[in-house]
Design a protein around this ligand. Structure first.
Ligand code: ATP
Ligand code: MG
Length: 267
């Protein structure tokens, strides 16, 4: 039996392989002791770790685990998934929207980190809590799905008011920038505020990714990370914004397990 484990800032992703079968599971990073207990039940298992909490997890388990650098592991996992999907890419950007966001360029077999932003899943959870007092992830994202950010975000077309716009009128000019224009006539619901928070995260992530894509002449941006789970709104914002800006978004099913799968493949 083999375990590939990506112990991240928020979630621990586990890929278990046995007799050619692959199983995926995840735990909160605060439950790292629980993961260690699970591994103690399989003392003979081969274990490969990665992620910011890998060394701490190693200190809790009996196996002498293989460890790889998170970026190498994630790249290896993405390549493995793309191969299995029959969608090989030669020159692309991948963006891992985890607690924070990390952006990478791939050409052939070479991966380099191209940048990052503090806007990511952690910001959705933290800003979401500040705006609404809601700490439960699935409640938060379900609520956001019902929200509308039209009265909160200022679009280019709002500034130009019917005049010809030099860039697409649907682009956001200022996230949250419409609030002072609408505050006297509009009641913003918790859902609306959350939708706007997800909007600013999605658009920031996309903008930074697209700048990298342009810099490296890449057509595709591959998006992974647990931040897209149960969060169709974030998927939609990122997908539409990537297309609007002239690039091709690509989401990988189970892509949040890229690091876990990749470290297993590198072992
Ligand atoms: P990093 O790579 O930055 O160290 P990570 O690997 O833990 O962090 P991911 O697991 O890719 O990051 O994504 C974490 C994000 O996923 C959270 O910030 C949250 O937005 C989202 N998420 C999805 N499911 C859950 C869940 N059940 N509980 C908490 N957050 C969740
Ligand atoms: Mg991660």
């Amino acid at each position: 039996m083999k375990f590939g484990i990506d112990a991240g800032g928020t979630l621990i992703k586990i890929v278990k392989e046995e007799n050619g079968e692959r199983a995926f599971s995840k735990y909160l990073s605060t439950e790292v002791e629980k993961v260690a207990e699970l591994l103690k039940e399989y003392p003979d298992a081969e274990v490969a770790l990665t992620g910011g909490k890998a060394t701490y997890l190693q200190s809790l388990i009996p196996q002498n685990a293989f460890q790889s650098i998170e970026f190498d592991a994630t790249f290896k996992g993405i390549q493995t998934f793309l191969q299995q999907l029959n969608h090989p890419l030669e020159n692309y950007i991948f963006t891992n929207v985890g607690t924070g966001t990390s952006i990478h360029h791939v050409k052939g077999e070479v991966q380099v980190r191209a940048g990052g932003t503090g806007a990511g899943g952690g910001m959705i959870q933290g800003l979401g809590f500040l705006l609404t007092g809601e700490a439960d992830y699935e409640t938060l994202t379900a609520l956001a799905a019902q929200g509308d950010r039209d009265d909160i975000d200022l679009k280019v077309k709002h500034i130009y008011k019917g005049d010809k716009t030099p860039i697409p009128g649907e682009l956001t000019a200022a996230n949250f920038g419409r609030v002072l224009h609408t505050k006297d006539t509009v009641q913003y619901t918790a859902a609306d505020k959350l939708a706007a928070a997800i909007g600013v995260v999605g658009e920031t992530v996309t903008t930074v990714s697209i700048h990298a894509a342009r810099e490296f002449g890449a057509e595709y941006v591959v998006y992974i990370g647990s931040s897209f789970l149960h969060n169709e709104l974030l998927q939609k914002v990122v997908m539409n914004y990537t297309v609007l800006r002239g690039f091709k978004p690509f989401f990988i099913e189970n892509g949040e397990y890229s690091g876990a799968l990749g470290t297993l493949r590198l072992m």
